[in-house]
Design a protein around this ligand. Structure first.
Ligand code: PAF
Length: 281
């Protein structure tokens, strides 16, 4: 596996691959790698000649400086995981200057309103930061296909929108959420939870499964009350939001129509760690 430590080294590598007519699959990350990331690479291997990943903790997508400071960083551990997996041909590990040559600042995007729902309300400016870094990475890596986890479903929708708006020649592929045995969605943030708390957090996925069952039987108001009751009774957990939205525009629903696809979204803070999850209805 090649470790590409600057924009120049990456671009030379990409140039060589493209001259050989290779199809590039790309999965960007912020490191703290886990099986969820490996599932992106596995998907990427299926339809490309080579897989490139990147590890870059993007400062512009953190609206909270404390969150940025606390973000787990262990590049040696990550490189070891990548080498052992044998799934990645090259990893791009840029410096801030390779991505933001002048100033680490986001562009302002209009994602057609997608950015104002859910996470956009809780994390102002977050999706401008994501759009900026992903667009720049696409311009540098020039992938044919790029892979993103469905855990960050809103991010996935926004990246699809950005590619369409900017007319970028890359196909975006969403990869289903990778879950621990107890159902907890894998996330780099899980590392900040004790084993005990990780086990207790399975209630998040269990709740989503219950919601899927209730979806056909109960009104939205009743479903919301039931979810609230579950988390009112959980020790050290705070339900930040739960809602069901149309998958297309991510707007919270009032009524359900048969010909639309809905998804339940949930954010729970467990011992100060913000966990997000979702499930199609
Ligand atoms: O999902 C992530 O890890 C990040 O938001 C991404 C897409 C790598 C951009 O920094």
């Amino acid at each position: 596996m090649e470790v590409l430590k600057s924009k120049k080294i990456l671009q030379d590598f990409v140039e060589r691959q493209r001259e050989m007519g290779k199809r590039i699959g790309f999965a960007p990350t912020m490191g703290a790698l886990h099986e969820g990331h490996l599932s992106l690479y596995e998907e990427a291997r299926k339809e490309n000649d080579l897989v490139i990943s990147s590890i870059f903790v993007n400062p512009t997508q953190f609206n909270n400086q404390e969150d940025l400071a606390k973000y787990p960083r262990d590049i040696q551990r990550d490189l070891e995981i990548l080498r052992k997996s044998g799934l990645v041909d090259a990893v791009y590990v840029p410096e801030v200057i390779d991505i933001y040559p002048e100033q680490a600042k986001s562009d302002n995007y209009d994602f057609g309103g997608l950015e104002n729902e859910m996470e956009g309300k809780s994390r102002p400016g977050h999706f401008d930061g994501v759009g900026t870094v992903v667009e720049e990475l696409f311009r540098q890596v020039k992938p044919n296909c790029a892979y993103f986890g469905e855990k960050d479903f809103q991010q996935l929708a926004i990246i699809k929108k950005m590619v369409e708006m900017r007319n970028l020649p890359v196909k975006i592929i969403g990869v289903p959420i990778y879950r621990a045995e107890n159902g907890l969605a894998l996330s780099s943030r899980n590392q900040r939870l004790s084993e005990d708390r990780r086990e207790a957090s399975k209630v998040i996925y269990e709740t989503l499964l219950k919601v899927k069952g209730w979806f056909k039987e109960h009104s939205y108001e009743i479903i919301k009350e039931k979810v609230k009751d579950i988390f009112d009774n959980q020790h050290s957990m705070k339900l930040e939001y739960f809602l069901i939205a149309d998958e297309k525009d991510l707007k919270e629903v009032e009524f359900f129509y048969n010909d639309r696809n809905y998804r339940a979204f949930i954010v729970v803070v467990v011992d100060g760690v913000r966990l997000i999850d979702n499930l199609p209805m």
